[in-house]
Design a protein around this ligand. Structure first.
Ligand code: ZN
Ligand code: ZN
Length: 111
């Protein structure tokens, strides 16, 4: 037979609280969640915060840099690595570098 419980000890904070402080859960033996509403909310909250942090962090990965030739702000990956340049990257984007190199190359032959 099922015994009706009035109080329950939370598995997270260890406090004994009236069952009204617990979410109902049919699959549980006693019909309530092991975690009280407060702890459930806290864990949901920290879970959401963690996810938000991860999102923010992944957004921060993309460092933007302005190309001095075309003036377009592009991701740092669009710039060539250069040991002598500030931040270790060339001031012009890969696209502009290629264009300039190609023009220099052409100019040699046009002479
Ligand atoms: Zn609790
Ligand atoms: Zn450029």
């Amino acid at each position: 037979m099922t015994e009706e419980i009035l109080e329950k000890t939370c598995s997270t904070c260890g406090e004994t609280k009236p069952v009204s402080k617990f979410h109902k859960r049919k699959v549980s033996k006693d019909g309530y969640r092991g975690q009280c509403i407060k702890c459930k909310q806290l864990s949901d909250h920290s879970y959401n915060c963690e996810r938000r942090d991860q999102r923010v962090r992944s957004q921060r990965v993309g460092i933007l840099r302005r190309c001095k030739v075309c003036g377009v702000t592009k991701d740092l990956s669009q710039f060539r690595k250069r040991g002598d340049a500030i931040y270790g990257h060339a001031y012009k984007c890969k696209e502009c570098s290629t264009k300039i190199e190609w023009e220099n190359y052409k100019a040699k032959f046009e002479k």
